[in-house]
Ligand binder design. Structure first.
Ligand SMILES: Nc1ncnc2c1ncn2[C@@H]1O[C@H](COP(=O)(O)OP(=O)(O)OP(=O)(O)O)[C@@H](O)[C@H]1O
Length: 264
């Protein structure tokens, strides 16, 4: 269970640039749940993921992963519990290292030993098996520099890397947004496969209402730093994109099209 209690994040507090990016957000996400997060530009979606991963300092509230209160834990310590995949494929991997070295780093995330120790022949077999899930033939290219891969291949490897550490929480921050439509669909499909296979708990930010409803089992919408609706189960199954847009426009009291949400 991920438990966020009354999270507040205020950037530039006390200045004319003060921005209350998250206002009293409380959420309880049971283990194994896949939550999709939508909302227009600046709604606080990335800030929410940052509050969980530790990349964003919270002004008030608490974050617990399982029974552990991690509110005061730095990013590197929380990495044991949570893996994050960013929009920019270059952000989550190190271009100058090989695929297997990147995997070794992911493997040792939250552990004490150096990454070279994670590169034993046993480990290499695990990496090969794991990466073959992708069906991209990368198991034969483990010693290639990761910088040689396309954006989509890199996102795919990042997903596999997320399954190598002991973390069971996957934070996806618009991880398909920078890819062409075909690759985006492939990476999303792969996401669902990996999540299912490794029973991961997921928080996925997306600008696509369609993807938000098609993936996962719960959808929350943020608006101006607040959760404005939270839907799961049968109620969610019955929802379609136009209805979701209508709910959103009711919240904002204005008319929106899918594109206007996508483009903010
Ligand atoms: N480091 C920061 N310093 C100051 N303000 C910030 C910082 N990070 C985010 N913000 C502001 O906090 C608000 C929420 O930003 P956030 O990135 O969480 O929105 P978002 O919903 O992810 O938007 P988008 O869909 O555009 O990525 C925005 O007004 C943003 O400008």
């Amino acid at each position: 269970m991920i438990t966020l209690q009354k999270i507040r994040v205020t950037f530039n507090a006390g200045t004319i640039l003060e921005n209350r990016a998250l206002r009293n957000v409380s959420l309880a996400i049971p283990e194994g749940q896949f939550v999709t997060i939508i909302g227009s530009n600046g709604a606080g979606k990335s800030t929410l993921l940052g509050a969980v991963s530790g990349e964003t300092a919270i002004s008030q509230g608490s974050v617990a992963i399982g029974d552990v209160d991690v509110t005061r834990w730095p990013v590197h310590k929380r990495a044991k519990f949570a893996a994050r995949v960013f929009q920019n494929p270059l952000a989550g991997t190190c271009a100058t290292l090989s695929i297997e070295e990147n995997m070794a780093l992911a493997y040792k995330r939250g552990k004490q030993r150096g990454w070279h120790l994670a590169l034993s022949s046993n480990r290499r077999k695990i990496f090969q098996d794991r990466i073959s899930i992708l069906g991209l033939g990368l198991e034969d290219r483990l010693s290639d520099s990761i910088g040689l891969l396309s954006g989509g291949q890199r996102q795919a490897v990042s997903l596999v890397m997320a399954t190598l550490s002991d973390s069971h929480l996957l934070l996806l921050d618009e991880h398909t947004a920078a890819l062409d439509p075909r690759m985006a669909a492939f990476v999303l499909e792969l996401t669902n496969k990996v999540v299912k296979e490794f029973s991961l708990t997921v928080m996925m930010v997306t600008h696509s209402m369609k993807d938000a409803l098609a993936s996962g089992d719960r959808t929350i919408m943020l608006h101006q730093g607040e959760v404005v609706f939270d839907v799961a189960g049968d109620e969610r199954k019955k929802l379609d994109v136009p209805q979701l847009l209508e709910m959103f426009s009711r919240v904002r009291n204005e008319e929106l099209s899918d594109d206007s949400l996508l483009l903010g």
